[in-house]
Design a protein around this ligand. Structure first.
Ligand code: SAM
Length: 195
């Protein structure tokens, strides 16, 4: 349902946005994907043609089952972990990927999640994040609000409104090194590093 709705409204934009900065990833790195959903990101990572270790963390069992069925995955060594990221031990990693994930959380939990993910990222690691952003344009913000309301019902999101992730990244000592906007600037894909 979630995939169908996002595909209907945004076409391939969501998938393309998530691919924006995958070229920053180098071979033999360990990647933690959190809240990966049904797992299409695995196909995009596989297409890089690099040997990569992936830890795939997803709370929903049905999403996890779909992700585990994704084929063909020949270049990745994937460990699937069906868990709440706040309740598990995260391994040290070189890359973190959070796509349409941070907007799941309310403010206090967002802080906790971001601090936890940052602590698991190695000093020179990169954090790839794609999410909705508020544009202060009525139609855009209404559409984001509607998508958000839908996500909340279908994937048990706890967050009630879109937060300014840029500010949160800055608070935990990260800066954006490259970013790209999509769909009338409603979607932003960024690559962050420690300052
Ligand atoms: C809005 S969906 C985004 C899915 C996917 N990344 C995409 O871009 O299509 C958010 C995902 O995060 C998962 N999720 C929510 N809370 C989580 C948590 N605490 N730990 C791990 N995964 C979580 C949900 O089950 C859902 O699949």
């Amino acid at each position: 349902m979630y995939d169908m709705l996002s595909k209907t409204i945004f076409g391939n934009t969501i998938r393309n946005a998530q691919k924006s900065h995958l070229n920053q990833i180098e071979a033999k790195k360990r990647i933690v994907i959190v809240g990966g959903g049904s797992g299409k990101i695995l196909l995009d990572l596989n297409q890089l043609g690099l040997e990569l270790d992936v830890i795939y963390v997803e709370l929903s069992t049905s999403m996890m089952e779909r992700a585990m069925a994704i084929q063909p995955i020949i270049n990745l060594n994937v460990e699937f972990v069906c868990a709440d990221v706040l309740q598990m031990e995260l391994p040290a990693s070189d890359v973190i990927i959070t796509n349409f994930f941070l907007d799941v959380f309310t403010e206090p939990n967002l802080n906790a999640v971001m601090i936890k993910l940052a602590a698991a990222l190695r000093p020179n690691g990169i954090w790839l994040c794609t999410d909705f952003v508020l544009t202060r344009k009525f139609f855009n913000d209404m559409l984001v609000w509607a998508m958000y309301a839908f996500f909340r019902v279908t994937t048990n999101l706890e967050g009630g409104r879109l937060l300014d992730f840029e500010e949160y990244f800055s608070k935990i000592g990260f800066q954006c090194i490259v970013s790209k906007t999509y769909f009338n600037r409603m979607i932003m894909s960024s690559c962050y590093k420690r300052t």
